[in-house]
Design a protein around this ligand. Structure first.
Ligand code: MG
Length: 365
């Protein structure tokens, strides 16, 4: 192999606002500073959306039933989520980041994005400038991880939250997180963790030391190899900015499997709104709307529908996604739910292909 074939070392940053919804509430209500704040819906099935770090000290965490959070921390201030405010604040954050970096980002959710800084001079200094400017101009703290891949960057940004700023090579990540539970590796959820535990694999180091054939035997060829590569922080997935993005999706993995349709519907509404916000920010519209479900047994189901018009309208996407969910009527516990919009308009002069009446989307696993 010639030198020319050796790919340039990538520099990728992951940015994640600290306890974002709670931070927005604290900005609006400075009198709550220092108090445990929990953003959660009301009603018997409400779950915690975000907890401030003060509330986390009492064991309160995201996706926990609000009733449990109230028992753990009765003195916490409970606030109903206000997604309009969160979207506004999100726009303000990413506008400032965009001003500093002047490049396209891959938005994962309202408060999280990746950016590829490979050809940017002094990327670390620029990321420090991002943190400082968002803090002073918007009042939000951003944690940053910088590394050679999305996996390293994401793991690094989560390392010492809040206000984390970590730069790690792949080798350093392999070492730094050896003692961490396998769940630390993005993509490994509670169910996979359980299956790994059954093999005596609890930590990243255990997974690094595991025999690949044993993993393949237990998880299948593709996932077995993927788990092994993941444990050594190998990841060459690109940062998908809008320029190369053919679709936009948002998904969530539940801490505990969900069977209740009303609860799933609430999550679909939130995800549809996140996806549409991203599309609106990029001025993109799509005609295919899809949902993805992963069941507790790891079976993946995708359903999609192509509509007659290009859209990034939250109401339209929500309605179609909800219809797909209801039509599919999940009959078993669901561990992951995703919403996607695809089939964007072609830029420039191009022949528009007729829309398929029904398309199947494959959402990223
Ligand atoms: Mg966050």
């Amino acid at each position: 192999m010639s030198d020319a074939a050796t790919p340039a070392r990538r520099v990728i940053a992951h940015m994640d606002c600290d306890s974002f919804y709670a931070s927005v509430e604290l900005l609006r209500r400075p009198e709550l500073a220092g108090l445990p704040v929990v953003v959660a819906g009301t009603g018997p099935r409400a779950v915690v959306t975000t907890a401030s770090y003060e509330a986390r000290r009492f064991g309160v965490g995201s996706a926990m039933p609000a009733s449990r959070a109230r028992r753990l921390c009765p003195q916490a201030v409970f606030i109903k989520p206000d997604f309009t405010a969160y979207r506004e604040m999100s726009k303000a954050v990413w506008r400032v980041v965009g001003e500093v970096l002047d490049r396209d980002m891959q938005h994962v959710s309202l408060d999280e994005a990746y950016v590829d800084l490979t050809d940017l001079p002094k990327p670390v200094g620029r990321m420090r400038e991002v943190v400082e400017r968002v803090r002073t101009e918007v009042g939000i703290t951003v944690s940053v991880g910088i590394g050679p891949s999305r996996l390293v960057a994401k793991t690094a940004s989560d390392w010492r939250k809040p206000a984390c700023f970590a730069i790690l090579s792949r080798e350093q990540a392999c070492e730094a997180f050896q003692g961490s539970p396998v769940r630390l590796l993005q993509g490994i959820g509670p169910r996979t963790e359980e299956r790994l535990l059954a093999l005596g694999i609890a930590t990243v180091a255990h997974l690094q030391a595991a025999a690949e054939p044993a993993l393949i035997e237990r998880f299948g060829d593709r996932m077995g190899r993927w788990l092994k590569a993941r444990s050594f922080f190998h990841d060459d997935s690109p940062v998908e900015t809008s320029r190369i993005l053919k679709s936009r999706s948002s998904e969530t993995t539940f801490d505990q499997d969900v069977t209740d349709l009303a609860e799933l519907e609430a999550v679909v509404r939130r995800l549809a709104s996140e996806v549409c916000l991203g599309l609106q920010g990029k001025g993109k519209r799509g005609r295919t709307i899809g949902i993805k479900l992963r069941y507790a047994d790891w079976a993946n189901i995708t359903r999609a529908r192509t509509i007659g018009e290009l859209t990034n309208d939250t109401a339209v996407v929500t309605e179609v996604a909800l219809a797909l969910l209801r039509e599919h009527a999940p009959d078993r516990p669901v561990r992951l739910l995703g919403v996607r919009v695809a089939s964007f308009e072609e830029p420039g002069p191009s022949v528009r292909r007729p829309a398929a009446p029904l398309a199947q989307l494959s959402l990223p696993v």
